[in-house]
Each structure stands twice: as C-alpha cells, then as structure tokens.
Design a protein around this ligand. Structure first.
Ligand SMILES: [Zn+2]
Length: 140
C-alpha cells in the first residue's frame, strides 16, 4: 500500500502530442480559425480554408462516431501488430485519426458508425519515471 502511494506520487505524465490535454477529463484541443471555424491540430500561420491568421483554442468533444478504419498488419520494429487505425468524427466538430483500442483487430468486430469515446493509455516510460500518454478511441 505504501509502495503504491509512493509510485503514484512520483509518476509524472506527459501527453505524446501537445493537442492532448490530460488535466481533468482528458480531451483534445484544436486551433479553430477565428473566421471560418476550421479546425487544425497543428500550429498554422494561416487557415488553410480561408487564409485568416488568427486562431483560438477549442476543446473538442470526447465522444464521436467511427467514420473509417483500417487494420494495420505491418509497422516499424517494436510496434505490435495488428492494430486498428481509424478516423473519428467528434460530436460537435472535428475529425481525428487515432488507434481504435479495446476491440479485436478484425473487420467482423468493428462497425462503421459505431459510437466511440476518447481513452488514454501509457505508451512508454523514461529513466526518470515520466510516463508518455497516448490517446485512442474505444467503443462507447
Ligand atoms: Zn478559416
């Protein structure tokens, strides 16, 4: 019990991408064009849709609908396969690519249009115990 408390206290977490926010309920944050509302996860000098140069941060929904998926059978050394890569249309606005987790990597067990929700999981730890946290989607 003491060991558990000590390890929890010493575990630091960092998101694997800077548009993943771990504080509170984990969620994604996009740069929304101040003029047309187009969403971008990376930093832009100008909106690719309308050319406006001002953006505001927008927190996105953690739930959405499975729009497409593919089962990945070959990957870089050290990456376990097969896994499911997918795109999710988030409720409200925003399209995001991520892994679909918590399902068999089999087309028969995945349904387009299924409701999914954001989930996070550790994907590596450095020598100092800092944990990298990735996100994916899982059936809601
Ligand atoms: Zn725009």
């Amino acid at each position: 019990m003491t060991t558990t408390a000590a390890s929890e206290a010493s575990t630091r977490q960092i998101p694997i991408v800077d548009y993943l926010v771990l504080q509170g309920d984990p969620h994604l944050v996009a740069n929304a064009c101040a003029s047309c509302g187009a969403l971008f996860f990376d930093r832009r000098n100008a909106c690719a849709s309308c050319g406006t140069t001002s953006f505001e941060k927008k927190s996105l929904a953690t739930t959405g609908t499975l729009r497409s998926f593919t089962i990945v059978s070959r990957a870089a050394p050290g990456v376990p396969v097969p896994y499911v890569s997918c795109t999710v249309a988030l409720d409200g606005d925003g399209m995001v690519k991520a892994n679909l987790v918590g399902v068999e990597p089999d087309p028969a067990s995945i349904e387009l249009g299924a409701r999914v929700r954001l989930t996070t999981f550790p994907c590596g730890v450095d020598e100092e115990g800092t944990e990298a946290v990735a996100f994916g989607f899982t059936p809601a």
